[in-house]
Design a protein around this ligand. Sequence first.
Ligand code: SF4
Length: 457
Amino acid sequence: MTLTEKVLARAAKRAVVTAGDNIWTSVDILLTHDVCGPGTIGVFKREFGANAKVWDREKIVITPDHYIFTSDAKCNRNVDILREFAAEQNLPYFYDVIDAKPGQRWVYDPEKANKVPQYGSRYAGVCHSAVAQKGHTRPGEVMIGTDSHTCSAGAFNMFSTGVGNTDAGFVMGTGKILLKVPPTIYWEFENTLSPGVMAKDIILYIIGELGVDGATYCALQFGGEGSHLLSMEERMTITNMAIEAGGKNGIFEFDSTTRDFVDERCRINGTKSQYTPVDRDSDEKFLKTFKLDLSQLEPTVACHPNPGVRKLARELRSEKLDRAYIGSCTGGKTSDFFAAAQILRGRQVSIPTFAVPATPEVERDMKTLQIEGKTLWQILEDSGALISANPGCAACLGGPQDTFGRMNQTGKCISTTNRNFPGRMGDKEAHIFLASPSTVAASAVAGYVADPRDYLQ
Ligand code: SF4
């Protein structure tokens, strides 16, 4: 069996499963957020009763993160619905935006806007980064989330995928989901990345090869000696975008890098620390296999209007830009800001450049990690970038008009986010280029799409 089949077979209590089997699977973690959480709760209450209890309060993780720092009253209300539900069900893993007193509502202060932090001590930021940092990603387990980029957690050798509110409401009541076992496409990584080339370039290359529907309802399994040289954050960048090729999930092999990250996070957060990874069988059956020499990759860009329109950054040097954006679960992690700061150090951006840490922990890292005596935060500020004091999804998904960095007018934006279909970041006419943090930083300086290898220092 493949890695995905092995996780699913165990969760279904079967000795063997094969691609195409429909199986009832036990769920280890159900993840939801402010956009889909209220709908999921609504389905749960309608189907299981107004006074029903969730199947396992320790297995539900709720992270408000999307439309948070906005004056939009309906968005604010969504956070309150989550808080009320978490209190009613006594859920230990609700990462509230504020340190709320009983009955307190979430109110965003537009005067403070994104210049002043408006979040409390439990806020965890973007869900896919938060579940890893807070110790909810365990090898060999099944995570179901009401968000298409739930596939991120596959970096940790688990099966993780996004579902709609109806399925999630059912999981909330039963801890089970009916899944069709996906066939697996295998990518073997050889060698290591060259300077100026990042994990984002790997996944943009892969999506360019497969197309945005080339892996529809398939598992993308990543392995080979090159895969073991990638950090956990790099692996998360890759699995995060499996869905952009149509994938059901992405999954990496378990190794000491996985173990060190997971064990530390479970220990820090006091979450369940036992897990059983899956390893590779000798008789895996793949739908397709690919080999990728990482050392041959170049800085890559996905052009308007979808993540599969692949070009090399150096082929786009005449493409003038209006804006740059560094953030999201894909490109707003600590290592992403470190890479951007390496390029921006001692330089000025020439176009409006917005930076949003994915989580409060990333924000703290930006204020402590230094390059030649300056913190990442200082380097970005000195370059002229605007940094949000409130981590979260921000403009990755557009959001209400007052969202930090939102494309409220047409124009061309280069972004470290993961999706660029029309309207994704706001205006329907805007063109979004997806690229690595290094490429986005270099482009912010140039005002055109730039190859970061020309800006290494
Ligand atoms: S940062 Fe973007 S892709 Fe990630 S969860 Fe938020 S909206 Fe979705």
